[in-house]
Write a protein that binds this ligand. Sequence first.
Ligand code: ASP
Length: 315
Amino acid sequence: MSAPVMVASENGRRGMMAAMARLREGGSALDAVELACRIVEDDPDDHSVGYGGLPNVLGEVELDASIMDGATLRAGAVAAVQGYGRAITLARRVMEETPHVLIVARGAERLASELGETPQDQRTEEALRRWRERYDERGLTPGSTENLRNVARTLTRPLNLQDKIYKAARVDTLGTVNFIALDTHGNLASAVSTSGLGWKYPGRVGDSPLIGAGNYCDNRYGAAACTGMGELAIRVSTARSLVLYLKCGMTLRDAGREALRDLLALDAGAGQYMNIVAMTPDGEVAGFTTVPGKQYLYQRDDMVEPQLADRWMVE
Ligand code: ASP
């Protein structure tokens, strides 16, 4: 018997509380991380995940999610899903009911319909208002040009390019939720869900649904999950790298810092950062970040509620 533990990105509080209760009753890590994600996905006030997530450049919400089972290394993911919520549940069903790992866009929407999921417009008034405001701020009009490459570039760029690394200008375009759980049977599971980068080019997929980039979980060595500019984690396979560093015998702190060094070697643009949360098979947790001032959430069995902790950086 292990004592349950969870770690998450900062926005995971409500999901973590519900999922910890499930773990304490003997529920599986896989059920816990799915439940936790669904709670954040359903929250219209979280504009980085699920219902109410920030739209792409065309004003459409496209959801990405992935889930991984540390006991079997099975994984499921969906990307660029429109018109259905709870992308994490769809990801789990890809894992459990198809021979595939990743199903995208039209195929994922078809699967949702086949599985009897109810279609639901994921755009809220608030998210659309922000989308229109973003165009206004940048002096652009939706639909005025076919050149979406330039529009998406202008909308996603921080207004003040002096804000080199992470100033607020960019923070409102990013966001994702990460959960990793250890259950009483000693199994690990990890889940990641997002509406991706706000104002992105249609069909853009980040790290969240890519196993190895934004999510990785292996009972033998540990698990890692990411938030931030997905393109960075894709280029250096951040989540899998951290777990591989653990496999090679590094401590959790060293493994996370090594994964950060991989990220810091990239030519990240203004406002582009990456955060990681991670857990070892015995329930040690940590958070890592390429920029100052970032925190993560964790909860151990003996804690009444989740607590925030500072993420490690590379010195
Ligand atoms: N990693 C997500 C993506 O690139 C966004 C985020 O975490 O903020 O789609």
